[in-house]
Design a protein around this ligand. Structure first.
Ligand SMILES: [Zn+2]
Length: 66
């Protein structure tokens, strides 16, 4: 995850609050400023059907061809 203040790519996770959205408290290795990143869930039925269909084809090549 890139630092939103200075763009540095190494940030440390200080704490994670787990739930339907995981919130990660991070601090930048370079400028030492902190920020929060959010990991969100998507339960779109379309993607469930798509995952099932590609599994039935026996491989994941279908993803590359589209
Ligand atoms: Zn930074």
């Amino acid at each position: 995850m890139f630092c939103p203040y200075c763009g540095f790519e190494k940030t440390k996770v200080l704490n994670t609050m787990k739930g339907l959205q995981n919130k990660r408290y991070r601090v930048c290795d370079k400028c030492k400023r902190s920020f929060v990143s959010i990991e969100a869930l998507f339960c779109d039925p379309y993607w469930q059907e798509y995952a099932k269909a590609t599994k039935e084809l026996g491989d994941l090549k279908g993803i590359k061809n589209e």
